[in-house]
Ligand binder design. Structure first.
Ligand SMILES: *[C@@H]1O[C@H](CO)[C@@H](O)[C@H](O)[C@H]1NC(C)=O
Ligand SMILES: *[C@@H]1O[C@H](CO)[C@@H](O)[C@H](O)[C@H]1NC(C)=O
Ligand SMILES: *[C@@H]1O[C@H](CO)[C@@H](O)[C@H](O)[C@H]1NC(C)=O
Ligand SMILES: *[C@@H]1O[C@H](CO)[C@@H](O)[C@H](O)[C@H]1NC(C)=O
Ligand SMILES: *[C@@H]1O[C@H](CO)[C@@H](O)[C@H](O)[C@H]1NC(C)=O
Ligand SMILES: *[C@@H]1O[C@H](CO)[C@@H](O)[C@H](O)[C@H]1NC(C)=O
Ligand SMILES: *[C@@H]1O[C@H](CO)[C@@H](O)[C@H](O)[C@H]1NC(C)=O
Length: 216
């Protein structure tokens, strides 16, 4: 049990993927921009998990759960033959415009200082994800948040490990039970390759996470 849990936490460290903020939209409010030294970020996949998000964004503080309308949660890659760009042995998450759909996630308040590392984690510089802004429906009303969306999406099933990290994050932050059930029901590619786990454990012993660990 303990080793399994440790595996889970380590997996978390790998993951990432979500969102972040910038400030192109006129509708951005003071609370959504980084003009105040922080930004609001909407996480919907591995960054749901606090430990994973804080690897590169140690200042992240939970604000609320919330949902975005007009998007669906999808899994895929940046092209058919791009598995070498991910450490997750399968498709990774993105949000795709889709009428009548919604995606739940967590709104995190993050210091502007962490933003560059979050962008890097999401592979923005490599063209893997692009930042965008989304209106998140929360108990505090609508909060304009930064998020990430995959470029050149090609559908691909996620690995069991990746799905596990997402489910852990969803449970940790109290997303709605019905939505968590949907996450648990996601089909995976059954690829249980442990290479990533080995990498993580090795990294832990060195007290240093290799740069490729935690890529989307
Ligand atoms: C979450 O953010 C909203 C909008 O900025 C704010 O009104 C609210 O107080 C925040 N809640 C917490 C717990 O930080
Ligand atoms: C997008 O992915 C498709 C399918 O793999 C590929 O043929 C195409 O070259 C990719 N386009 C870009 C801009 O990467
Ligand atoms: C992954 O493969 C693609 C296509 O062969 C290549 O362009 C890219 O540089 C590779 N990426 C890495 C990180 O090796
Ligand atoms: C599982 O994923 C690894 C890493 O991406 C890949 O090398 C391997 O071929 C995959 N195994 C199967 C059965 O798809
Ligand atoms: C900016 O806000 C407008 C009005 O709410 C919206 O239509 C547009 O999609 C937003 N742009 C981005 C990049 O989010
Ligand atoms: C936010 O969600 C609540 C509960 O589902 C709903 O009643 C409300 O209309 C939503 N607000 C917006 C602006 O979508
Ligand atoms: C991968 O692990 C899952 C869960 O333990 C198991 O159900 C599945 O059969 C495994 N797949 C393979 C190909 O071994």
């Amino acid at each position: 049990m303990a080793p399994l849990f440790a595996c889970g936490l380590l997996l978390l460290s790998l993951l990432q993927k979500e969102v972040q903020s910038t400030k192109h939209n006129k509708t951005v409010t003071a609370h959504s921009t980084n003009g105040n030294g922080y930004f609001m970020y909407f996480a919907y996949a591995s960054n749901l998990l606090k430990e994973r998000l804080r690897l590169n964004s140690p200042s992240a503080v939970f604000n609320s759960t919330g949902k975005i309308k007009g998007y669906a949660l999808k899994f895929g890659l940046w092209g058919e033959l791009m598995e070498n760009e991910t450490a997750w042995q399968g498709g990774v998450a993105t949000i795709k415009e889709q009428k009548d759909s919604e995606v739940w996630g967590v709104v995190w308040k993050i210091s502007s200082e962490d933003r560059r590392n979050l962008d890097k984690q999401e592979g923005v510089d490599r063209g893997l994800y692009r930042p965008l802004e989304v209106n998140v429906n929360t108990t505090y009303g609508e909060i304009l948040c930064h998020a990430y969306q995959m470029n050149n999406f090609t559908s691909k099933l996620a690995s069991p490990q990746y799905k596990q990290v997402i489910c852990m994050g969803a449970e940790q932050n109290g997303l709605p039970p019905d939505y968590i059930r949907e996450l648990h029901a996601l089909e995976t590619n059954n690829n249980n390759s442990t290479s990533m786990l080995n990498t993580i454990f090795a990294a832990k012993h060195r007290e240093k996470i290799p740069s490729h660990v935690g890529q989307p």
